[in-house]
Ligand binder design. Structure first.
Ligand code: ADP
Length: 377
């Protein structure tokens, strides 16, 4: 099958006419921030803020023509406006009018009150990365660290479901959004900003910089650690994010199958390529706990991941079993570390959190000893 290209998407969008201007959206230069990832297409249509509310049919049409293309799984279009509208509008991060667009932000500039940013990544989707990120964040908070959780998966944000958060963030200072708070952590996700099916006029920078915006335009307050749930996979998007986000380090979530196979290695190499320390591997769905007899089965043998991690030259941070209780609590909006705080699983996550924190502290100490690393995009 030939792969879907930007050209295919732009050709399709060239049939969408902005009737107020009698030309197609491509010719008018309205299409911005086009991203294609594993059949998921996302782009913005840049419009004047004043026209935003009446251009919903145009947005829908653009989404529909792209969705019809062969190889497209989902298509998502957003309306964006460079300048803030003068009145009302949906909750979205905003910047002060006329503020210069900053580029290549440094850690200090972007999140001055955050001591360390830790990425949770995986070589591919469906390995339990988000579940792990949430439980890790809650475990770090339980250990007394001021913790934030940033959902960097703008294609498939999952934090509303995993944290059971309803509503939208407010803004105490009228400039930045307040992070949502739940289970002792602060959280931000595109899911809190963009409702399914609801059109939004995105103010300020393009969708492309949504992640940066969620850091810069959100009042996180002072944090010891910000856990970033990265998008799955190791494509260009992830690479760009790894470069743009000033990371203290990354943890790779992997299942026993893909530790043995190639995916975890891809994840590792991606971070090594951009000089981000890999803090270690977490093995998820490591062994099976029978819901009937509570017996443990090492489906893939025992100790394989640890050995493999050693072979790859990374630390093994611990294993989490495949247990229906983890799935149910996670998908039910109360992570297991909260739902069963004294249980075995909570202990496993707390152990991993301690090991992650030890390594983060070592990185911070190392940084203090040398000049701070400047992240160039
Ligand atoms: P990813 O972020 O890698 O795509 P998710 O965290 O969304 O993965 O997990 C995928 C599915 O697997 C979810 O339904 C989640 O509840 C479930 N899951 C994750 N980890 C476990 C586990 N250790 N035991 C049982 N189910 C799990």
């Amino acid at each position: 099958m030939t792969e879907l290209t930007e050209r295919d998407v732009l050709d399709a969008l060239a049939t969408v006419i902005d009737r107020e201007r009698c030309q197609d959206v491509v010719t008018l230069g309205m299409v911005k921030g086009l991203r294609i990832q594993d059949g998921h297409v996302m782009f913005a249509l840049e419009v004047e803020a004043s026209r935003g509310p009446r251009l919903e049919p145009l947005r829908k049409e653009a989404e529909e023509v792209v969705h019809k293309l062969k190889g497209v799984v989902t298509a998502r279009a957003m309306l964006t406006a460079e300048r803030p509208a003068s009145t009302g509008g949906p909750a979205a991060p905003r910047r002060s009018a006329g503020a210069p667009q900053r580029q290549a932000p440094m850690h200090g500039e972007l999140l001055p009150e955050v001591k360390a940013i830790v990425a949770v990544a995986s070589g591919k989707g469906g390995v339990g990365k988000s579940t792990t990120a949430v439980n890790l964040a809650v475990a770090l908070a339980r250990q007394g660290h001021r913790t934030g959780l940033l959902d960097a998966d703008v294609y498939g944000p999952s934090m509303r479901r995993l944290l059971g958060i309803a509503g939208n963030p407010g803004s105490s200072d009228g400039v930045r959004l307040d992070a949502m708070e739940r289970f002792g952590i602060k959280a931000m996700s595109m899911a809190f900003l963009v409702e399914e099916e609801t059109p939004i006029v995105w103010r300020g920078p393009m969708v492309q910089s949504a992640l940066e915006q969620m850091m810069r335009d959100v009042a996180w307050g002072a944090l010891d650690v910000l856990v970033v749930d990265m998008p799955p996979g190791t494509g260009d998007t992830q690479l760009t994010m790894a470069q743009r986000v000033p990371l203290a380090g990354a943890v790779i979530v992997s299942t026993p199958q893909d530790i043995a196979l190639i995916d975890a290695r891809k994840g590792l190499n991606m971070f090594r390529k951009v000089d981000v320390p890999v803090l270690g591997i977490i093995e998820n769905m490591s062994y099976f706990i029978c819901p009937h007899c509570q017996g443990r089965t090492d489906i893939f043998g025992h100790g394989g991941a640890e050995e493999e991690a050693q072979r790859l030259g990374v630390d093994f941070l611990g294993g989490i079993p495949l247990d229906v209780a983890i799935r149910e609590t996670s998908d039910g909006g109360t992570p297991i570390v909260v739902a069963d705080p004294d249980g075995e699983h909570a202990k496993a996550y707390l152990g991993i959190a301690s090991r992650v924190w030890e390594r983060v502290e070592a990185v911070i100490a190392g940084r203090a000893a040398s000049a701070p690393r400047i992240v160039i995009q």
